[in-house]
Ligand binder design. Structure first.
Ligand SMILES: [Zn+2]
Length: 332
């Protein structure tokens, strides 16, 4: 886990932390905030490398060849602590934080700094956040705590107020497309479309190039079209995607509906996100009444929240319910 450089759109943020470090003024706790897909974890690990490396270069990056760097590269540096939700869980538990607090109060193994990365900090429940609070209030010397958050607003104010915020923003479209073209050997993708689908976040766009997701999107949108034309029934449709991530399906449906709403409001195809489906979206916007559209979006948002909250839902029933409602609303 040795990261030796940042993404090109993180130069300002890197300058900020590196300047502070050179002047020995880096806060003991940082909060990295920005939308998903901007590489905040990567940034945190690059910073961890910089702090733990015995010989960082002039730009502040880890050297890659000292003992500390070797330990990092082998995922075995004892003074880098990465806290993430445990496998299959969606939350960071109070036990994980209590263990962290215990470790932070011990002397470091390598006699230097210790770096803690909590990703995402918003996954801490109230008890976990409270357990961390004391460590933030009474910082241990030579310890840097980096919290990562996709939704800065959802963290308790007591936590936020004790961290220095580093804000990440999207690169320009030109910069992002240039980066995607370099990162992706397969140039057959429509990078501009991908970036739109990814809300401008380059790493999210890169993940979308994952063929499976792209195929799912095409399949799903084609299915919706057939459903609208009464050529397919909701149960057949929901049976098709039993084994897929519910969240991916819900997000794809919401993306589609948001475009329908955009078109209803403006009649402008140019502002749609799903540029490869403008004809179908325009067509649906004439069929779907606005109050039904809003009700459907509302319902999907609520379902999304339930899935996120890890409420144990019957997958089959959930998808059936979604597509039955969809069919009711879109058929005339
Ligand atoms: Zn090094």
């Amino acid at each position: 886990m040795l990261e030796k450089t940042i993404y090109p759109w993180q130069v300002t943020q890197w300058g900020q932390v590196w300047q502070s470090r050179k002047m020995d003024r880096l806060a003991h706790a940082l909060l990295l905030v920005g939308i998903n897909g901007l590489g905040k974890k990567h940034f945190a690990l690059t910073l961890a490398g910089s702090v733990l490396c015995k010989n960082p270069n002039a730009a502040g990056y880890a050297c890659g060849s000292c003992h500390a760097c070797h330990l990092l590269a082998g995922n075995s540096h004892p003074d880098l602590v990465l806290i993430e939700p445990e496998e299959s869980a969606k939350n960071i538990s109070v036990d994980q934080i209590r263990e962290l607090v215990r470790v932070v109060n011990e002397t470091t193994m390598q006699g230097g700094f210790r770096v803690v990365v909590i990703n995402p900090a918003t996954a801490m429940n109230v008890n976990a956040a409270n357990a961390l609070l004391k460590t933030l209030e009474e910082p241990t010397p030579n310890t840097l705590i980096i919290l990562i958050s996709d939704h800065g607003m959802r963290l308790p104010a007591t936590i936020m107020s004790r961290c220095q915020k580093i804000i990440f923003s999207k690169p320009s479209e030109t910069e992002a497309i240039h980066w995607l073209q370099t990162a992706m050997p397969d140039k057959s993708f429509d990078f501009s479309l991908l970036l739109k689908l990814a809300d401008g976040a380059p790493l999210k766009a890169l993940a979308l190039m994952d063929k499976d997701l792209f195929v799912l999107r095409q399949d799903l949108y084609q299915g919706l079209h057939l459903l609208g034309e009464n050529q397919l029934d909701p149960l057949t449709l929901s049976a098709k995607w039993q084994d897929k991530e519910q969240l991916q399906i819900i997000d794809l449906l919401l993306s589609w509906l948001t475009d329908v709403l955009r078109f209803q409001l403006t009649q402008d195809q140019a502002i749609l996100i799903n540029q490869d489906y403008t004809v179908q979206i325009a067509k649906m916007s004439t069929v779907l009444l606005k109050k039904n559209l809003l009700a459907l979006m509302d319902y999907l948002q609520q379902t999304r929240a339930m899935v996120l909250a890890a409420i144990n839902l019957n997958k089959q029933l959930l998808l059936e319910d979604i597509f039955i409602r969809w069919a009711t609303y879109v058929s005339r």
